[in-house]
Design a protein around this ligand. Sequence first.
Ligand code: PRP
Length: 174
Amino acid sequence: MKVGKILIKEDEIRKRVTELGDEISRDYRDKTPTLVSILKGGIIFLSDLVRSLSILHEMDFMSVSSYNGGTESSGVVRILADLSINIEGRDVIIVEDIVDTGLTLDYIRHILLARHPKSLRICTLLDKKARRRVDVPLDYVGFEIPDAFVIGYGLDYGEKYRHLPYIAILEPDD
Ligand code: PRP
């Protein structure tokens, strides 16, 4: 497999991430939200997003996996590493790279809600609506994308391509 057509260019991502940062900064003006990044894919987005925030905030990480290196969600979500802080009474924002079937976020959302945060919102860079199997409320969405397997900007194929500064479509070799 190889890097195919570029779907979202680097400067388009930069502009949109800045807009999302501004929007979150406005919405959480008098608050100090906890941004929860879902590893590994969410890390690149989170690191750019926090640098466009103008409010105080905290970061924490959770590691889950549902794809096991392939291109299809297994439907079984595994927690590989949990949060390090107690989110009870906190304003939590889950930061994801992509919502595909929604199974991963639905699972994480319910786990976090059971810990009684003051509020819980979801921010995703990419929304692949066509593949949704569970309805998950998305509060901040960077881009809606078509039903194609995408790589780059945190998204991998077999752990590779996460470093690409743009979002591209994964294509078969010639
Ligand atoms: C990807 C992505 C989301 C999830 C979305 O993670 O980061 O967490 O899949 O898919 P879904 O909506 O169909 O559940 P993955 O399991 O590939 O792990 P990774 O972030 O470490 O690459």
